[in-house]
Design a protein around this ligand. Structure first.
Ligand SMILES: NC(=O)CC[C@H](N)C(=O)O
Length: 313
């Protein structure tokens, strides 16, 4: 059993109070029309430590669209299915490009740089889909999230999925382009359908922090002792989160926060303090790289005050 983080709830409450009045929140994503309807003033934070202590602030129990944060969990599932064979389809290098960029695919035989940019996540979804109907693959992903969070109420927001299905021309282009290189096995519309729906899972900060406990604790759920992945795999997923989890903002996030993290265009950020805590923040306004602006600031404050950076003080 890990030691409880001292002053956890006080620190989380202080940060929530300090950030509540900030007006420089960035811009809410509008390219998925349904996401534009979210209240930009929302702000939530949840931290779960290894002793089971949960600290929350603001809108920690309001479900939001997890978007690309789902890619951490699809990567975990796909590694469980395909093992290291997965790395033949997708690299593990930072792209230095926007999350939905297509340019590297042409020179790199349709192999996406990493599993967290859109192209990479679509390739990972295609692996999960192999041999299954889209509905079964999606059910598997959703049940995995419910199991990890220990919460069967987690759902897919059908309006967000439909909104992205209608407008996701870039993702469709990425998928067709990869298919032309033979990187995708399944019909493109099946793969995209599953991808859009797993991005549209709605979860609260608390649910996401609970679901990612295994990444902070050597692959095990510290509450039950259940092993989700081997310690080595948890370490490697965290490594890819640190180097690639914030697209072309990954270097800046590591510099400022010093934790493996994964952002989503819904304004959520999942961060892992190995051996200590799993953390989720949510503020829908984004910076120029498509990462939550206030979310990153909140994590920077939290890591500093609780001494969480993996690089030391
Ligand atoms: N950065 C993100 O969260 C992007 C995910 C979004 N569903 C997309 O494909 O564009």
């Amino acid at each position: 059993m890990s030691i409880a983080l001292p002053c956890l709830q006080e620190t989380v409450s202080e940060i929530t109070e300090e950030l509540r009045g900030r007006t420089d929140r960035g811009e809410v994503a509008t390219y998925i029309p349904e996401l534009a309807r979210v209240d930009s003033a929302s702000f939530g934070i949840a931290v779960v430590d290894g002793s089971g202590q949960v600290a929350v602030g603001g809108d920690a129990d309001v479900p939001f669209s997890i978007q690309s944060i789902s890619k951490v969990f699809t990567l975990t599932l796909a590694l469980g299915m395909a093992g290291d064979r997965l790395w033949q389809r997708v690299g593990r290098e930072p792209s230095g490009s926007r999350f939905n960029s297509i340019i590297q695919l042409e020179n790199e035989r349709g192999i996406p740089r990493n599993p967290f940019i859109n192209a990479g996540a679509i390739a990972v979804t295609d692996l999960i889909l192999s041999g299954h109907q889209p509905r079964e693959a999606l059910g598997e992903i959703l049940r995995f999230m419910q199991f990890l969070a220990d919460d069967p109420t987690i759902k897919i927001d059908a309006a967000v999925a439909a909104s992205e299905l209608r407008t996701g021309h870039r993702n469709s282009a990425l998928a067709h382009y990869m298919k032309s290189f033979g990187v995708l096995d399944n019909p493109v519309d099946h793969t995209l359908g599953v991808y859009f729906h797993h991005c549209a899972i709605a979860m609260s900060c608390r649910q996401l922090a609970m679901a990612s406990r295994f990444l902070a604790h050597l692959g095990r759920n510290p509450a039950t002792g259940f092993s989700v992945v081997q310690p080595e795999r948890a370490r490697r997923i965290n490594a890819v989160m640190l180097t690639c989890g914030h697209y072309d903002g990954s270097g800046d996030f590591a510099y400022r926060v010093g934790l493996p993290g994964k952002s989503g265009v819904g304004g959520g950020i999942l961060a892992i303090a190995p051996g200590k805590a799993s953390i989720t923040v949510w503020s829908p306004g984004l910076d120029e790289s498509g990462n939550s602006r206030l979310g990153r600031i909140a994590l920077e404050m939290l890591a500093k005050r609780l001494d969480l950076s993996i690089f030391g003080v």
